[in-house]
Write a protein that binds this ligand. Sequence first.
Ligand code: MG
Length: 180
Amino acid sequence: MGWRYRQQLRQLVVETPVTSTLLDQDPAALAACGVQALALDFDGVLAHHGADQPLPDVTDWLRRAVAVFGAERVCILSNRPFGPRVDWFATHFPGIGFVSGVRKKPYPNGLIKTGELASVPLSSILMVDDRLLTGCLSALLAGSRPCYIRNPFRSYQLHPVKEFFFMLLRRAERCFVALP
Ligand SMILES: [Mg+2]
């Protein structure tokens, strides 16, 4: 499916500034554009890979997002919905749920479940992800809106091997979708 959708994914890369992070997305501006719910990837989007909790700036951003959309319309859609990160959200943002028990991205099941939990149409959900061939592709397959994070949070100090691997993977994805 990544091959079939490569043109749309390529367009997404072209339209996305290379410095983009989650913090560039203003929740109120998103709502003004018709976004009614958020599906947020964790690794790279809320913090560096494998982190237990979002970065402090992201925590502030989440407060603004909850104020705009309501906690029940902000979901975490990660392929790793387990561990201390789940406990952290239960403590600090009890209304924000992890979508779990679904087929992993790029299958659209997580977004379909997000739509059910948030009671909004799939076309009004923004999937924010730093991976083209998982989160962004799942948004296209579900008929939702992809938001590509081109400059994900990383910590080469804490996880040099993993972060290097994902850096190569993200670069390989961009090469893949650039194929004619
Ligand atoms: Mg990620």
